[in-house]
Design a protein around this ligand. Sequence first.
Ligand code: AMP
Length: 272
Amino acid sequence: MQQRCLDLRRAGKQISFVPTMGYLHEGHLSLLRAGKERGDVLVLSLFVNPTQFAPNEDLDAYPRDLERDLELAASVGVDLVYTPLPQSVYPDGYATYVNVERLTETLCGASRPDHFRGVTTVVCKLLNIVQPNRAFFGQKDFQQLAVIQQMVHDLNMPVEIVGLPIVREDDGLAMSSRNVNLSAEQRQQALSLSQSIDMAQKMVVAGESDSRVILAALQRLIEDQPEARIDYLQICHQTTLAEQEQVDADSVLLLAVFVGTTRLIDNSFLVS
Ligand code: AMP
């Protein structure tokens, strides 16, 4: 893959790259369509990265369907698909990890301590292999996008990181490969994430700016769902990710909620 991408770069081609863990949905396809528009060659990676899962997490339960992914990739004009095996990404003796400090210490990083180290390591490796001009990421993983931007900036990596909006189901649920693991009942309860975002936006529009008041109302809405358990619910500054007591033009609401055993995340800016 690296040799092919080097040859393409030497031939003057602009490479767009979309890294994913597969089980593609419209969120992934929106990134691929943007990549298609902004480059000559579109590269997709499908790799469920073991180093970003803790031993007690859902690595084995993570949904996979290579055949379906390849069909969807072809339908949006993907030129090259990279599906490495875990042992070729992390062969025996593998010893190097990339760690972004500070931004990774809160939110998902607080509840999943080695998660971002796994993410930045694999994204760094994939960017070195594919050598894209641009790589496309979803704002669905808001903290991940911030962490990758920090890594690329700090390590002088010659790639433009493009962040794109969250794609949702018609009823508001943010698309996620993990949604398939929800029962019909849990799928209904999972709507409390997007509903709480709507509630927060309405409260802000109505003049409420005290984060504690907003978060308390959201907590009640989510905890009314019998199978929902809040991992975190915070209002933060969109670039530093520091918690904010008062909502302002830079605020983003971030939430992670277990519905049954499935962990879902969502987020939204609060003032447009
Ligand atoms: P994943 O396969 O879940 O690791 O996601 C691969 C990429 O797709 C990441 O950049 C995600 O942020 C992005 N992505 C996942 N879900 C969505 C969504 N609902 N809308 C937009 N982008 C998404």
